[in-house]
Design a protein around this ligand. Structure first.
Ligand code: HEM
Length: 450
């Protein structure tokens, strides 16, 4: 048994799982998202057939060209357009069938973030296929994007209906100025080492369908087996960030620049460098922030009241780690997720406080086996609400649906600090619930006959 690799023990079929589901994106990166509409069933199947050689598997490889890859995923409407049999369509997650726009009220996508204001065609029934190409540099991006282009170009019945380019900002950080993509769960059998030694790797079934999850069960898997196995649900959201509003808010609340930086870190739970407040509560520690071995290696148990990292900080809400252990009703491991977010749009130059009108933000990407208890649970119970931390009036200060009336509590001795009148810093521009099948499943889709 000891001689078996981690992969052999779980039997995770890495050569059948799409690369994008398991591999960290390169850093730096450039990427492109495309959405396609299928107007003709046969053309749709031909598209999938042509895409097959463009899609990489998740098997480990030392080949540097493997740092660049294409991921393909389908909306429920896309599977319908391909002519997937009804019995199979019926077997998918009910939330996936509804699609993201239908979940807007539950998700807090209201007001400016509501689907009626979304960027078209996001949220419409035209979105069938999502393609993502990611690469460490522009040259290699063009090479992988070309592989995908060969699949959809000159194929009547297939139209590219949306394109979004993305790239890591020169700072290596996202538009608000913070390093992102640090807190990720390790997945048993993926071969990717854990970054938090305090957390056992997640059972593969939490992320990839066809394997046991943390409850010991096999999560519901779409039928037939060949279609569901090794697939994963994917959520993508285009999230516009109001960087000028964020900077103005901090400027107004802080006495000086140091305090501005500290308040920003309190909102996020990490300093801009990525150093966690849990390990470096007083000041930024860029060396810690950059150190993959240490920057995610912590818990919150020694800070129950949030003096180091407020319970309401974005990263602590999104993954409270051991902070909820006393409340036996919540098992944090059932609410983890893989994130593959990327930045889009130009950076707002440092120190600029006026909005320049540019569209910038994050393409948030989730991968996991459970839309409801992972993505939707975290979004609705932990980011949009504060009941679980005993602060029902508070929402996530950075990404929650704030409307100018919300507040954020920073525990502090002798008295806590409260930031009032939080405006919305993030506006949803649209998104979709998708399914990224395994490679055999793609072949099955390409070969559908009726
Ligand atoms: C524009 C919107 C968002 C921004 C700017 C943002 C930014 C960040 C930042 C800076 C971090 C800390 C660095 C890291 O651990 O990667 C973080 C962590 C995280 N965020 Fe977000 N985020 C956004 C939206 C979301 C949404 C919508 C979700 C989930 C529904 C989410 C879930 C998480 C999770 C799970 C973590 C990791 C927590 C941990 O393991 O410690 N984020 N985010």
């Amino acid at each position: 048994m000891d001689r078996l690799t981690d992969h052999e023990r779980t039997g995770l079929e890495l050569d059948d799982i799409q690369s994008g589901a398991l591999h960290e994106r390169p850093s730096p990166y450039v990427g492109r998202y495309l959405l396609l509409r299928i107007d003709d069933r046969a053309a749709g199947r031909e598209l999938v057939r042509r895409l097959l050689p463009a899609v990489d598997s998740g098997s480990p490889s030392a080949d540097p060209s493997r740092d660049a890859w294409v991921t393909v995923a389908f909306s429920f409407r896309g599977l319908e357009a391909l002519g997937v049999p009804q019995e199979s369509l019926d077997s998918f997650d009910p939330l996936f069938k509804q699609g993201m726009a239908a979940r807007a009220t539950e998700l807090g996508d209201v007001g400016e973030s509501s689907p009626e204001h979304w960027e078209k065609p996001l949220g419409t029934s035209d979105v069938h296929v999502a393609l993502a190409a990611l690469s460490p540099d522009a040259t290699r991006l063009e090479a992988v994007a070309d592989r995908a282009r060969l699949a959809y170009e000159r194929l009547p019945g297939i139209d590219v209906i949306w394109r979004q380019d993305c790239y890591q900002l020169p700072t290596g950080r996202t538009s608000f100025g913070f390093k992102d993509g640090i807190g990720q769960p390790a997945v048993e059998g993926s071969g990717i080492p854990a970054t938090n030694r305090n957390e056992a790797p997640l059972k593969a079934g939490e992320i990839i369908l066809g394997y046991r999850d943390e409850t010991g069960e096999l999560p519901p898997m779409p039928l037939p087996d060949v279609l569901g196995r090794n697939g994963t649900y994917v959520v993508f959201r285009k999230l516009h960030t109001r960087v000028a509003a964020y900077r103005q808010y901090l400027r107004a609340k802080a006495a000086n620049r140091e305090e501005e930086t500290l308040l920003g870190a309190k909102l996020v739970g990490r300093w801009q460098s990525g150093a966690p407040l849990a390990l470096s509560p007083e000041e930024d520690d860029p060396e810690l922030g950059a150190d993959r071995e240490r920057n995610n290696d912590f818990l919150y148990g020694d800070d129950p009241r949030g003096f180091k990292c407020p319970a309401g900080a974005h990263a602590r809400r999104a993954n409270p780690r051991d902070a909820l252990d006393d409340d036996g009703s919540v098992d944090v491991r059932l609410h983890r997720m893989i994130r593959r977010g990327t930045s889009y749009g130009p950076m707002l130059p440092e120190d600029v406080l006026e909005d320049d009108g540019a569209d910038r933000g994050i393409i948030f990407v989730f991968a996991g086996a459970h839309l409801k208890r992972q993505f939707e649970f975290v979004k609705t119970q932990w980011l949009n609400d504060g009941i679980f931390i005993g602060a029902p009036a508070e929402r996530d200060p950075l990404v929650g649906p704030n409307d100018g009336s919300g507040m954020f509590t920073i525990p502090k001795r002798p008295i806590r600090r409260r930031l009032q009148e939080l405006p919305p810093f993030v506006v949803t521009r649209g998104g979709e619930y998708c399914f990224a099948p395994g490679l055999r499943a793609l072949r099955w889709l390409a070969e559908l006959e009726t």
